[in-house]
Write a protein that binds this ligand. Structure first.
Ligand code: GDP
Ligand code: IMO
Ligand code: MG
Length: 428
């Protein structure tokens, strides 16, 4: 029985998961999202096309693969149908190439409204949510109130919807928040009709049967480990388990079925939304990273906060996920710096520490090691032998510190701008 490989983010999201999943997808028969929802924005670039996916897995442009939205994902029908429309305009055969779990939960228009009302009420303490209704939908899931894809076929679906909306309306009375549901509700039900025509499946069976039949499955993470509901910088996190363990519950595969775990990280750090960020650069260096790395949110367009690479939190993420190989992205963005800083320890209340503390607040001060930078532009390079010595040294340094091989190096947003260093390990 084949194992299932996992690719997930080791930082605060936006590590380049979409680009790399798209690049590796040709090696897989099934690509599956296991958590999160349209808070994700996964960017793909190839043949001059620039495309952002929110709910649909990043293997969708490969005709050999089936793309599954797993039970752990929360789905906004309006966003899903809009994504489908865009892909159909690009001649993607969605009805054939995509399937949705019956057990995936639905984001209602009132979940989005609740998200916005709650964030407004938090004022300066807001999470910086993408306002896609993620938190309220997962709350209804764990509160055992939610509606699922499988429910849309039920003759009483409209009534179940109305009952839940009434619950939401009474919750909304606690907030000073105006809203109008009429337009969104009409579009929501129209989108539900389109979803009824899609392949709606018992994905836990399909995925395990695929493994049994010798097919290769890749689970695609959304967000990143530092946004995990349990292990992220709580409460500035998302509402799902973004770590490898989430693959088991989000797809219905047993823990001993996990194969390779590809941990993806940027050569520096970014964060969008509120919350602690020890290596954040509120200066011209941070601004330079934002500009060169084009660090603006793929879902909300918000500028991303930028800072140096943080090995303390990376090691934490590697530990939590059981990462077996690393993928380094956006090293091209570091061209032009005389020196590059890397955080190798924290000073917590004056004491040196290599652990992520309970609270990543202002008492955490990063301790940096400096490595030599390089000045040449490297984004056209596809041969590892042609990268600057300083980047070689930087990669060697990271591999030693993190005790794992960096087998894929991404030097640009395009599919082609990828160096697979060790194809036999990636293909295994
Ligand atoms: P995801 O959420 O992890 O899929 O990442 P996003 O798509 O939100 O953000 C990553 C951004 O960096 C996108 O604009 C990508 O096109 C871009 N990108 C991905 N890999 C690289 C890379 O190696 N170099 C550069 N310069 N851009 C990259
Ligand atoms: P991808 O998959 C980066 C952040 C939000 C906010 C927090 C909670 O593209 O890497 P939520 O909408 O989940 O209630 O927001 O999490 N966030 C992300 N940041 N990339 C993402 O996804 C994110 N999804 C959510 O900015 O701080
Ligand atoms: Mg993103």
């Amino acid at each position: 029985m084949n194992k299932i490989d996992v690719l997930l983010g080791l930082q605060w999201g936006d590590e380049g998961k979409g680009k790399v999943v798209d690049t590796l997808a040709g090696r897989y028969n099934v690509i599956a999202r296991f958590q999160g929802g349209p808070n994700a924005g996964h960017t793909l670039e190839f043949d001059g096309i620039h495309h952002v996916l929110h709910l649909i897995p990043s293997g969708i442009f490969h005709t050999n693969a089936i793309n599954i939205i797993g039970n752990g994902v929360v789905i906004d029908p309006i966003i899903l149908v809009d994504e489908i429309r865009q892909l159909e305009e690009m001649n993607v055969n969605i009805n054939e190439q995509m399937a949705i779990s019956r057990k995936a939960h639905l984001i209602l228009p009132t979940h989005r409204i609740l998200d916005a009302a709650k964030e407004k009420a938090k004022g300066a303490n807001k999470i910086g949510s993408t306002l896609k209704g993620i938190g309220p939908t997962y709350m209804d899931k764990t509160g055992r109130n939610g509606l699922r894809i499988g429910d849309i076929m039920h003759p009483d679906f409209k009534k179940s919807y109305q009952d839940l909306v009434e619950k939401h309306k009474s919750l909304l009375k606690a907030y000073d928040f105006e809203y109008d549901l009429t337009e969104a509700e009409a579009e929501w039900f129209k989108s539900i009709e389109r979803i009824k025509q899609l392949k709606i499946i018992n994905s836990e069976y399909v995925i395990n049967d695929s493994r049994k039949a010798g097919k290769k499955v890749l689970a695609e993470g959304a967000q990143g480990t530092l946004l995990d509901i349990d292990f992220g910088s709580y409460p500035f996190v998302t509402s799902s388990n973004t770590v490898t363990a989430g693959v088991c519950t989000g797809l219905g595969v047993p823990p001993n079925s996990i194969g390779e775990v590809f941990g993806i990280f940027k050569a520096y750090c970014t964060r969008v939304g509120s919350g602690p960020f020890p290596t954040e650069l509120n200066d011209e260096t941070g601004e330079a990273l934002r500009k060169k790395g084009n660090e603006f949110g793929a879902t909300t367009g918000r500028p991303r906060r930028c800072g140096w690479l943080d090995l303390v939190s990376l090691k934490y993420s590697i530990m939590l996920n059981g990462v077996t190989q690393l993928i380094l992205t956006k090293a091209d963005v570091l061209s032009g710096f005389d020196t590059i800083k890397v955080c190798t320890a924290y000073k917590v209340n004056g004491e040196l520490s290599k652990e992520v503390p309970f609270s990543l607040d202002d008492e955490v001060e990063p301790v940096y090691t400096e490595v030599k930078g390089w000045h040449q532009e490297i984004d056209g390079i596809t041969d590892i032998e042609r990268i600057p010595t300083e980047l070689h040294d930087y990669i060697d340094f990271l591999e030693k510190e993190l005790e794992l091989p960096i087998n894929v190096i991404s030097l640009g947003p395009d599919r082609k701008q990828t160096i697979v260093r060790n194809p036999e390990l990636v293909n295994h």
